[in-house]
Design a protein around this ligand. Structure first.
Ligand code: ARG
Length: 471
């Protein structure tokens, strides 16, 4: 027992810079290279597109500031899972942890791996799948009917990369804080460089960006629902800022550094995203952008021909690979923490005797991510992930009020700016966003909700029947 405890004692080795790079490095993954096309198609207006990227960034920043107050107070491994335990008790925390494993993080991994595979497809031609095979479907509990043979090539690569990184993390090859810093740094620099080159050599037109505010859907109701969908896309690209909280047990001086890293990391990402979108629009008119799923590659092709597109594809492959690795690494800590809290299979809390990793937790997570790869396309997966995430962002922001009541005297190194309005505004916005998703994207929202709620029977089982993990 003593031995085991020692192995899970984590080292506080992450500096402020490393923590900041973990924030930015988890956020920048697939979304910025993949979502602008979908959003361009939905919005049909460059002004609206830029507006959504800025607004979604600022709303994310509010979420970040609100959470920074809590991150400054509580610095345990497991992050948000622990916050929920303090705010609302065991049940909500359990459902959150369950959702992380069943949809939020595993769905994210599936989608990021999918984007990785799509961009790899720039170099490899995946074989055509016969129509008869594509029609085969079967039922998976929690996920519904899946068509495993549709886009089989992309899916096979996506599954392979998840498998590969799971094994890498299983045998304990951990990309440390410094590696994360370097990779993220390269990511940011290459995006800024692409932006710069597109703007200087792109031979584009400023008229692509300013078209006199002509909007796609003429009715207001249509506009709101379309905006909601586009916001969901941008929120995907901005998501994962919270991953740092899962590893806050390893950050130096976490009460100060985690809030700061959250704030600066997010600011960097907003800047980078808005700039590159302006650059994309400069070279690609909105209609062309809507038709270019590999938008970054298409834009670069305009300047450097095939050579440019290959370079960008490599950048995206590295970016998604890094984000995927970070997610696989960080996420395994949540079911691990739940098992240690005696609310989950005991084996998930095990540490590999030789490699010192939460190996069972990693394998279960990897398996489920692969099932989710088979379940749908990139955009469907990201939509239900975002729905589930935002449900908990809303609850988390409301939790600031709860903790001010429950733990009034607990030291708060950072108190959220603009209290009580900032958290209130966020809670209201999140609520409206969720309602709009249920109305305009019913199927994906429901899929997210079903995966979240599927945790309830499991919780009851653990609470009342399974006592094996409760010694
Ligand atoms: N922002 C990331 C990207 O654009 C995806 C984040 C996934 N969400 C998460 N909670 N891990 O690829």
């Amino acid at each position: 027992m003593e031995q085991k405890e020692k192995k899970t004692e984590l080292v506080r080795g992450l500096s402020l810079t490393a923590a900041m790079m973990i924030v930015a490095g988890s956020m920048i993954g697939s979304g910025i290279f993949r979502k602008p096309a979908t959003m361009a198609d939905q919005l049909g207006s460059p002004e609206l597109l830029i507006f959504v990227w800025i607004a979604a960034g600022l709303i994310t920043l509010i979420a970040v500031l609100v959470n920074a107050e809590i991150a400054g107070m509580i610095d345990a491994t497991g992050g948000q899972y622990i916050y929920f335990r303090k705010m609302y008790g065991e049940f909500t925390a359990y459902i959150y942890g369950w959702s992380i494993l069943s949809v939020i993080q595993t769905g994210s991994q599936a989608a990021i791996a999918y984007a990785f595979a799509e961009y790899l497809g720039y170099f490899i031609k995946y074989p055509e799948i016969p129509k008869s095979l594509q029609e085969i479907s079967f039922f998976v509990p929690l996920v519904g009917n899946i068509h495993p043979f549709v886009d089989l090539g992309t899916k096979t690569i996506a599954i392979s990369v998840i498998f590969f990184l799971t094994i890498v993390n299983y045998i304990g090859v951990v990309f440390g804080g410094s590696v994360q810093t370097i990779v993220t740094f390269i990511k940011i620099i290459s995006i800024l460089l692409i932006t710069f080159l597109l703007l200087v050599l792109g031979n584009g037109s400023i008229n692509n960006i300013y078209t006199g505010f002509k909007f796609h859907p003429e009715s207001t109701a249509g506009l709101i629902s379309v905006l909601g969908l586009a916001f969901a896309g941008a929120f995907w690209a901005y998501d994962a800022w919270n991953n740092i909280t899962f590893v806050s047990g390893e950050v130096k001086n976490p009460n100060r550094n985690v809030p700061l890293a959250l704030f600066y990391g997010t600011l960097i990402v907003i800047g980078v995203y808005v700039l590159i979108n302006i650059a994309f629009l400069y070279v690609l008119p909105i209609d062309e952008m809507a038709k270019s799923p590999l938008v970054a590659a298409t834009a670069a092709e305009k300047i450097f021909g095939n050579y440019g597109a290959s370079l960008i594809s490599i950048a995206v492959i590295i970016s998604t690979f890094g984000a995927l690795n970070g997610s696989i690494l960080a996420t395994a800590r949540v079911p691990f923490a739940m098992s240690r809290a005696k609310l989950f299979f005991k084996s998930l809390g095990k540490v590999h005797p030789k490699f010192g990793t939460p190996h069972i937790s990693l394998l279960v997570q990897g398996f489920w991510s692969c099932v989710l790869v088979l379940s749908g396309s990139f955009d469907t997966i990201t939509d239900y992930v975002i729905f589930a995430s935002w449900l908990f962002y809303m609850l988390g922001a409301f939790g600031v009020f709860v903790l001010r009541k429950k733990m009034p005297d607990h030291p708060r190194p950072y108190k959220v700016w603009g209290y009580p309005f900032t958290p209130l505004i966020f809670v209201v916005f999140a609520f409206l966003f969720l309602v709009n998703s249920i109305i305009s994207d019913t199927q994906n929202a429901m899929m997210g909700l079903i995966l979240v709620l599927s945790g309830v029977p499991f919780y009851l089982f653990w609470k009342y029947f399974d006592r094996k993990n409760r010694d």
